[in-house]
Design a protein around this ligand. Structure first.
Ligand code: G3P
Length: 226
């Protein structure tokens, strides 16, 4: 499973990129607002992220009609070759995805909550589909089970003729809130997890690693003093 970072924070992206394990970044309007982002700086900000990451960078459209989404998507796609246009899963979003995919532009269909939505996204030519895990947990449903259903349903079919350049759709586990979500997604063979920086740090840590390191250090002191 590949790791994407779910953030618009350049410091987080820079640090996580230095760990050498991040394959892409996903952003959304909420994440951009969280860092105090301004509309007039949005495209430059996406460009800065694209310069930091050698992999797909999802930037979200906010239009609500096919034509608005297509116009925004075409504009976003000119920022850098690794921009992926993020489009909400809805009727106008599907229609826009088809237009963008036919023009060779990669789309990440977001806010996906069901198998039929994911299948339609794939048929419309999406390069990625992003089922939200945590949002299901928020309403006391099992987000991991929903994610598993979507991943299994998509793996039943060949969508390589639907999108760009014969590439198959990949599932991005999104709205990931814990290292356990990451574990469960990986055990189901999900292609990608996009994780907030805090969750990514928790994925690196383990109490036994911390204890083990302390023990090594203490014993190494003994070696040095022997
Ligand atoms: O990747 C989607 C994500 O940013 C939404 O996460 O925690 O707001 O459900 P959350």
């Amino acid at each position: 499973m590949k790791f994407f970072l779910d953030t618009a924070d350049l410091n987080e992206i820079e640090e996580a990129a230095s760990w050498g394990a991040i394959a892409g970044v996903t952003t959304n309007p909420s994440l951009y607002a969280k860092i105090g982002g301004r509309l007039d700086d949005f495209q430059s900000h996406i460009k800065r992220i694209c310069d930091l990451i050698d992999g797909p960078v999802s930037a979200e459209t906010v239009g609500t009609t096919r034509d608005e989404i297509v116009r925004e998507g075409l504009e976003l796609a000119t920022i850098a070759p690794n921009v992926v246009v993020k489009v909400p899963t809805m009727v106008e979003g599907l229609a826009a995805t088809r237009v963008l995919a036919d023009k060779g532009i990669r789309v990440n269909m977001t806010l996906c909550f069901s198998v039929p939505q994911a299948l339609l996204a794939a048929r419309a030519g999406a390069r990625y589909v992003s089922p939200f895990v945590g949002r299901f947990d928020d309403i006391s449903e099992d987000g991991i089970e929903q994610l598993g259903g979507i991943a299994t349903a998509l793996s039943n079919y060949d969508f390589s003729s639907c999108g760009v350049d014969g590439e198959s759709i990949e599932v991005i586990a999104a709205s990931v809130r814990s290292a356990n979500h990451v574990t469960q997604a990986a055990l189901m063979g999900v292609d990608i997890a996009t994780v907030p920086f805090g969750v990514l740090k928790k994925c690196v840590e383990h109490p036994l690693t911390t204890n083990g390191l302390a023990r090594f250090m203490a014993d190494w002191e003994k070696v040095k003093n022997a």
